[in-house]
Each structure stands twice: as structure tokens, then as C-alpha cells.
Design a protein around this ligand. Structure first.
Ligand code: AMP
Length: 283
């Protein structure tokens, strides 16, 4: 496996893009680094579908609404380059904050309606930061296809909304969540869990599976599915539940009975570590 080329400025990214020509297909995987198997799964998928794979590594300050969370976000560039190389990445785009947000930077994108509920309510400004940086990265890389994980289900839909509403000529592909053997969704934040919290966090997947079983056995009352999920999560003393919500998988609006295309989304805190996960509820 050849080492990926590391590009660190938008100007150099544009130059590489011009050099490979407009006919080449490029799969793009935006990340904040601290790479794990979940990220690699996206990169391998991009590798299968395209001639070139570009992965970005940028811890985006404008999507963090708590400064401490941004400061504590893991940064592991050397290991990331090795993992990206194994996953077949051609180029790592790792711009600096000063390049992305020079002094006086003022241009932001207002996200689509799907950004309102859930994460949008709990993390004011988060999706505004996400769509702004993803738009900027897409402008630098100009990919054919961009890959996003269903682990961040609302983010995926919000990005699809931006691409559609801004008439961008890019295909957005959602990729299934990669999990640890005990069911915990892989996340860069998992490495900040204490051993006790790491063990306790398996409750998230159990709660989602319980709800899915209940749904499969015919339960269609939103409140019943949510209450059961909340109770399972709360049975673990280390788990502080923020939300356990069944909603429409396009709008994230809640209704009293479960519609065909629904998703159960949860957010919980274990100590200072906030984790999100979800399961699609399909008949
Ligand atoms: P992040 O570095 O956390 O911003 O994630 C970068 C991309 O990887 C996003 O599209 C995430 O949804 C995706 N991702 C993160 N964790 C996983 C996972 N466990 N399985 C699949 N995709 C993931």
C-alpha cells in the first residue's frame, strides 16, 4: 500500500484536483481524525467505488459548542496516516484552522430544516458549523461522491439537504455503522471513556436492540418505544440520558405513532463523554 499524499492547503488541494482532471472519479470521506474501523469502512467503500479516495482530517472548531470538548478532542495524526494508507486513501487533506477560518472569516451556511430537532436543539450552532465546513471541504476536493456514516444519522440527512438545496453536483452516500464486538458504535470519543464507563456504554446498543425487537413484534406507539428505551438506558447508573426519540428519518419530527421511515435516536453522557447512536425502524 503506498503512503497517501498529505495536502495541507486549499491551494494545493485545488492544484491536485486540476492535475488529475475532471473525468477521474473521486470518493471523499470527511473526518475529524482519531481514525477507527468506522472511518476505514467509509474509506474502503470509497476505494471500491472510485479511482481516487480523498479523506480530510480537520477538527472543525465551528461545530463544537463547548470549547473544552474541542480542546479534548483526540488528535492522532501519525496513526491516522497509517490507517488511511491501509484503507487505500490516495490523498489526506489536512488543512490548518488558519487556512479554513482566516482572521475576519464571516461566511456561514444556514442548514436545512432537518437540522432543527435533536442535535440541533441540544447543540446550538453545531449543524451550522458542520454544513459550513463540509461545503468548504467539498469546494476544495470537488469529489464525485461523498461518504458519511449513519452513526451520525441526522448529520447525514442534513448534508443531503445542503447538497440538494444548494444544487451541488455531488452524490452523498450513507454507510452503515461499524460496531465493536459488544455492540458499541465505534467513535473517536470512545477512547476518552474510563474503563467503567466503556463497559457501561454497551447499554446503548442493548437499548436500541430492545426497541427494535419491540417494533418488530408490532409496537407502533412512539411513547412506548421511547419509554422502554429510556428505562433500559437508565438502568445503567453511569448513563445520563439526554434524549431517546423516535422520529421521521427525513425531517426528525416526532409523531405519536411510528411512521414507515422512522429512526430511534439516542444521546447519552458517560462522565464527560457524550455518545450518540440510532437504529432505523423499518417494517
Ligand atoms: P467524525 O470523524 O466523527 O466526524 O466522523 C467522520 C465520518 O465517519 C462521519 O461521516 C461519521 O458518521 C463516520 N463515522 C464515525 N463513526 C462511524 C462508525 N462507527 N461507523 C460508520 N461511520 C462512522
Amino acid at each position: 500500500m503506498t503512503e497517501p499524499l498529505v495536502i495541507s492547503t486549499p491551494q494545493d488541494m485545488h492544484a491536485w484536483r486540476r492535475q488529475i482532471g475532471s473525468d477521474a472519479s473521486i470518493g471523499f470521506v470527511p473526518t475529524m481524525g482519531a481514525l477507527h474501523e468506522g472511518h476505514c469502512h467509509l474509506m474502503e467503500r470509497a476505494r471500491r467505488d472510485n479511482e481516487f479516495v480523498v479523506a480530510s482530517i480537520f477538527v472543525n472548531p465551528t461545530q463544537f459548542n463547548i470549547a473544552e470538548d474541542f480542546e479534548n478532542y483526540p488528535r492522532t495524526m501519525a496513526e491516522d496516516v497509517d490507517m488511511a494508507s491501509t484503507a487505500g486513501v490516495s490523498v489526506i487533506f489536512a488543512p490548518s484552522s488558519a487556512d479554513m477560518y482566516p482572521d475576519g472569516y464571516a461566511t456561514y451556511i444556514t442548514p436545512c430544516q432537518a437540522a432543527g430537532p435533536l442535535e440541533g436543539e441540544r447543540r446550538p450552532g453545531h449543524f451550522r458549523g458542520v454544513v459550513t465546513i463540509v461545503n468548504k471541504l467539498l469546494n476544495c476536493v470537488q469529489p464525485t461522491v461523498a461518504y458519511f456514516g449513519k452513526k451520525d444519522f441526522q448529520q447525514l440527512v442534513v448534508i443531503q439537504g445542503m447538497v440538494s438545496e444548494l444544487n451541488m453536483d455531488i452524490r452523498v452516500v450513507g454507510v452503515d455503522t461499524v460496531r465493536e464486538p459488544d455492540g458499541l458504535a465505534m467513535s473517536s470519543r470512545n477512547r476518552r471513556l474510563s474503563p467503567a464507563d466503556r463497559a457501561a456504554a454497551t447499554v446503548i446498543h442493548r437499548a436500541l436492540m430492545n426497541a427494535q425487537d419491540l417494533f418488530a413484534s408490532g409496537e407502533r406507539e412512539t411513547a412506548t418505544l421511547e419509554t422502554t428505551t429510556w428505562e433500559t438506558l437508565s438502568s445503567e447508573a453511569r448513563c445520563q440520558v439526554e434524549y431517546a426519540t423516535v422520529c421521521d428519518a427525513r425531517t426528525f419530527e416526532r409523531s405519536e405513532t411510528v411512521r414507515d421511515d422512522s429512526v430511534l435516536c439516542v444521546a447519552c453522557n458517560f462522565g464527560h463523554v457524550r455518545l450518540i447512536d440510532n437504529v432505523e425502524l423499518r417494517p
